[in-house]
Ligand binder design. Structure first.
Ligand SMILES: [Fe+2]
Length: 416
């Protein structure tokens, strides 16, 4: 994988140690049983996330840079390789929850051993070998992606337990009202899109290229939960004219009547969260909705979703500020005034996830990271309250199938 500008960055070993430790901290509130269960095929057990991110460093960093490399345990690659066909056979994704062995303690020991070996490698002359630092940098950002997935998968898992276990206790701010939504108007024209210059980026963020935009406006804040509740009260889920055909079919077949985790109590909405069941704050961004729900909501208000090019053209000039996982509030919080483009909730864009002009995946197994998923998914931008602040940038492209409803996904409107 070509990683523009990622020559041996200062402090890589230290940053890696911090990021690896944060993954383990996210698992501190969990019991052994919580680590093992898989709540649906799309979600992975926490133990698997802990091990897979470690396998990534073994396969793409240690195997490349460490003389006489031998895997920590023969056979574990089969369990913890996610989808890299060129890296060998894989355990079925839908059966990750059946892996009672290795135990959590064994996986934590695996993490510790591999982390130590990576640290040793990066601080040794072998760490200067071509591609080692770049692969370690990729492993760092890969680990941050899995930190977010670990939280979204845990939220889904705990939500399926009638006891509604609390992952993190926290006193939440009281309910707020929606601030008026304005529009950020842009004149359009030719804009530069994609990553260029120094600093890490995934391969799917490039090459940089020009794109043309008609004049457009993007909303000053995300759609709030209170606004989405009005869509529900107006029969939004029953009005086929608001929906894409595939979306209406998904909504009917899935019995969708509200965003995931929402429940109505005597006319008031509550939702499950990693802080337990809480009142839905009408002033906070709506989250958990699929692309289909986002698109239907936009049609209901006579607007549309932004394209990823429109979003990025505005975000390029914006600081990466907002609500991130470091803040410790694990639900999208209310916003006042113009809301940052980053953090709180990913926003669905109207753009299909496809290659930029001139995109070429890297040779070998690591080339499977992004490129082979460029069909049947939609792009999301901006990051969420489960994302690390330093993981995000204006060119960052997240992607999920349009029916997905377990990530921290929200809506920001656009108009011509
Ligand atoms: Fe992965």
């Amino acid at each position: 994988m070509t990683l523009p500008g990622t020559a041996r960055l200062p402090g890589l070993a230290d940053r890696l140690a911090t990021v690896r430790a944060f993954t383990e901290r996210l698992c501190d509130p969990l019991e052994a049983e919580d680590h093992v269960v898989q709540s649906m095929p799309e979600a992975s057990p926490a133990k698997w996330h802990l091990a897979h991110t470690t396998w990534f460093f073994e396969t793409f960093v240690l195997a490349k840079g460490r003389p006489g490399f031998r895997p920590y345990r023969e056979g574990w690659s089969h369990l913890f390789n996610s989808y890299y066909v060129a890296a060998g056979p894989r355990h079925a994704r839908s059966e990750r929850g059946l892996l009672s062995r290795p135990t959590v303690a064994e996986v934590l020991a695996y993490r510790s051993a591999v982390s130590d070996q990576v640290q040793e490698l990066l601080r040794s002359p072998q760490g200067e070998r071509a591609g080692v630092a770049e692969a370690a940098e990729l492993g760092l950002h890969h680990e941050q992606q899995h930190q977010e997935l670990l939280l979204t998968d845990l939220q889904h898992l705990l939500s399926r337990n009638p006891l509604e276990p609390v992952y993190a206790s926290r006193r939440l701010p009281g309910p707020t009202g929606s601030t008026p939504q304005g529009w950020i108007e842009r004149p359009g024209g030719i804009v530069l899109i994609g990553h260029e210059g120094a600093g890490f980026a995934f391969d799917n963020e490039g090459p940089p290229h020009r794109a043309f935009l008609e004049p457009f406006g993007i909303a000053s804040r995300p759609v709030s939960a209170g606004e989405f509740a009005s869509f529900i009260e107006d029969g939004g889920y029953d009005r086929a004219e608001l929906w894409l055909s595939d979306g209406f079919t998904a909504a009917v077949q899935g019995g969708w009547r509200a965003p995931p985790y929402w429940r109505s109590h005597d006319g008031a909405w509550t939702r499950f969260s990693l802080h337990g069941r809480i009142a839905v704050d009408p002033g906070a961004p709506v989250t958990g909705v699929s692309y289909y729900e986002a698109d239907a909501y936009a049609r209901w208000v006579g607007a549309r979703l932004p394209t990823e090019t429109e979003w990025e053209s505005v975000a390029r000039d914006a600081p990466v500020t907002g609500q991130f996982v470091e803040d410790g509030l694990l639900v999208a919080g209310p916003t006042s005034g113009d809301a940052p483009l980053f953090g709180a909730a990913w926003v669905w864009t109207a753009s299909p996830y496809v290659a930029y002009p001139g995109f070429r995946p890297a040779a070998g197994a690591v080339g499977e990271y992004n490129g082979k998923f460029m069909v049947n998914q939609m792009v999301l931008r901006g990051g969420s309250c489960f994302s690390s602040r330093e993981h995000l940038r204006a060119t960052y492209r997240n992607f999920f199938p349009p029916h997905s409803r377990w990530q921290v996904t929200g809506i920001r409107l656009a108009r011509q």
